[in-house]
Design a protein around this ligand. Structure first.
Ligand SMILES: Cc1cc2nc3c(=O)[nH]c(=O)nc-3n(C[C@H](O)[C@H](O)[C@H](O)COP(=O)(O)OP(=O)(O)OC[C@H]3O[C@@H](n4cnc5c(N)ncnc54)[C@H](O)[C@@H]3O)c2cc1C
Length: 564
């Protein structure tokens, strides 16, 4: 069994899905779905996972990209959630995916006297709630005014002091894809662009799903002893397919902005309270990522759009803090995501279950909907979903093992990191590139170095996106399940949000490299580039709109070829 995800593996998975009966059929390839697939397959269960679009194409590529305990949940006195999330955060760094994460500093600057005792107590509790006391993620420290301005010279001079603590950066989309690869390596059958269009029942019991292959239009019936619905903001719609809705899911939009690293003179991320939440500026490699907003989204859930009003709001928040204000022209990237906000419907029992931070609800018999929680706690959600599904399998199922299961590329990462100089010398790449690759692929970096050894032109930076190597585009299609240009430029790499032209210059080159792997002819390459261009134009035009409704209308118009 291989950890490779690609077109051939997908075709094979769909063939097997048509013939076998699986212990668990997972709907949804966000972090919750792939986490569920990994949890189930690593307990010895047979697993099929169907994702309507690309891995992580929903909320799981659009988060704030931090494994965190959630300092603000302390204010809501939700100690259980914070403790659980901090334990997970530390586990990611220490064992499960050290190659994909990086502990980052966050500074809470004070301007009022009451803030030091209030925020200081919260941050102290944040550290005390950690069960393991791992050394990989440091604890907090208090800073004087001078200390704050040394750490963050960009701040306005009205600060009186501050407190600094650590949380952990993660590239959410790459992490989700890597969990999927780990599940595939253990035998999970995974198919992207396979949309579940019906849930099958015999009597009161769910027996599988019908899915449409979005590439070929063909339909496949996948038989399952249990089904896990891990579709986030779409969870209630998928319940409807099964004819039994027990939850309502409201979508709350949150957007983030990306600005180049040199626009904010700071050695640390920043966090401040807003009237109803928090505003955070965090390191994103050579950039800053800032967010977020929280507004109800009433439109198509596949397509959340950031508006001018959203961007203005975040720039206003940033400029409350910064000595040198940011302007629209400083923003290189914008993305929007939807939080699934769950409320119960129907029986009292269901509502009680939903009062937890995440919920697993059964209905109809044999189908389990897992929803809520946060990215950081995906492993717990997955474990709970599989525990619930196991009760319907009629046999003994071992407990979850994922706490002890490092994901693809993690084992041996540290040792390989210490060999980075030797790897650079051997491959002829600059050491900076080796560090870059190790932070994205872990020990699978050797796959990329082998590729470059075979095809030296892949060792070149991508024209128009000099932060990436051509080999990464190739590998996205050959090993990471990318089927379209959008998958490569938006999720396997972050070129769309890290380049001022949103990857338009890189797109034709990327289409050539990816097209060689996927067998695209010239027409197909052009179509992929054009589709990518239209999507970026649709995004750009949406950020000129003042309201969500207008943004949606403008996007549709751009896609229909009107008003470009
Ligand atoms: C703005 C914002 C910031 C956030 N920041 C953080 C953060 O910093 N840290 C943190 O811990 N959490 C954060 N979160 C929360 C976190 O992102 C989510 O909890 C998590 O990504 C949800 O993952 P999921 O797999 O449940 O849903 P999703 O990622 O949305 O996955 C659901 C999948 O189901 C698929 N699907 C839907 N219908 C079907 C169908 N019929 N057939 C097949 N597939 C289907 C979709 O295509 C999608 O890929 C943030 C959320 C938002 C919106």
């Amino acid at each position: 069994m291989k950890s490779t995800l690609n077109r051939d593996q997908r075709a094979d998975a769909l063939r097997r899905m048509a013939h076998d009966t699986f212990d668990v059929v997972v709907i949804g390839g966000g972090v919750t779905g792939v986490g569920t697939a990994l949890d189930a397959v690593s307990r010895g269960l047979s697993v099929a996972l169907l994702e309507a679009d690309d891995l992580a194409s929903g909320t799981s590529s659009r988060s704030g990209k931090v494994f965190h305990g959630g300092l603000r949940y302390l204010e809501q006195l939700n100690f259980k959630l914070v403790k659980e999330a901090l334990t997970e955060r530390d586990l990611m760094v220490d064992r499960l995916c050290p190659h994909l994460v990086s502990p980052e500093k966050f500074l809470f600057p004070f301007t009022r006297r009451w803030e030091r005792p209030y925020v200081g107590a919260g941050v102290l509790l944040y550290d005390l709630l950690r069960l393991t006391g791992t050394r990989s993620v440091k604890g907090h420290r208090h800073l004087t005014r001078a200390g704050v301005l040394r750490e963050a010279p960009a701040l306005k001079p009205n600060v009186t002091g501050g407190v600094q603590y650590y949380d952990v950066r993660v590239d959410d989309a790459r992490h989700t894809m890597t969990v999927a690869r780990t599940a595939a390596a253990l035998g999970a059958q995974i198919a992207t662009r396979a949309r579940v269009v019906d849930v099958l029942r015999e009597g009161d019991r769910v027996t599988g799903v019908r899915a449409r292959d979005e590439e070929s239009g063909e339909e496949v019936t996948v038989r399952g002893r249990t089904v896990v619905n891990a579709t986030g903001v779409w969870a209630a719609e998928v319940q409807d397919l099964a004819g039994q809705r027990s939850i309502d899911v409201t979508a709350a939009k949150g957007i983030h902005l990306v600005v180049p690293g040199d626009r904010i003179d700071s050695k640390t991320g920043l966090i401040v309270k807003t009237h109803d939440s928090v505003f955070i500026i965090r390191r994103w490699f050579d950039y800053w990522l800032m967010g977020t907003t929280d507004t109800e989204w009433d439109h198509e859930r596949d397509d959340p759009a950031a508006t001018k009003a959203d961007v203005d709001y975040l720039l206003t928040q940033a400029n409350r803090l910064l000595r040198t204000p940011l302007a629209h022209s400083d923003v290189v990237g914008v993305y929007a995501g939807l939080r699934p906000l769950v409320s119960g419907k129907g029986s009292a029992g269901t509502t009680a279950a939903l009062s937890r931070d995440h919920a697993v609800v059964e209905g109809p018999r044999g189908m389990f909907t897992v929803v809520g929680g946060k990215y950081t706690t995906y492993r717990i959600m997955a474990r709970d979903a599989v525990n619930a599904a196991a009760t319907r399998l009629g046999r003994e199922v071992p407990p979850s093992r994922t706490e002890r299961l490092p994901i693809h590329g993690a084992v041996g990462y540290e040792a390989m990191y210490h060999q980075r100089r030797a790897l650079a010398a051997e491959s002829g790449l600059d050491e900076r590139w080796i560090v870059h690759l190790l932070g994205r692929y872990g020990t699978a970096t050797t796959d990329l170095l082998d590729l470059i050894a075979d095809q030296p032109s892949l060792g070149q930076p991508v024209p128009g996106a000099p932060g990436y190597l051509a080999a990464e585009l190739h590998y996205a299609a050959s090993h990471e399940g990318a089927l379209h240009l959008e998958d490569v430029l938006v999720r396997r790499t972050r070129i769309f949000m890290e380049t001022p032209d949103h990857g338009l210059e890189a797109a034709p080159f990327a289409a050539t490299v990816v097209g060689e792997v996927l067998g695209w002819d010239e027409l197909r390459r052009k179509e992929e580039v054009e589709r990518y261009r239209v999507e970026r134009e649709a995004d750009r035009r949406a950020t000129e709109a003042l309201t969500d409704a207008e943004a949606v209308r403008v996007r549709h118009a751009v896609r229909a070829g009107e008003g470009e």
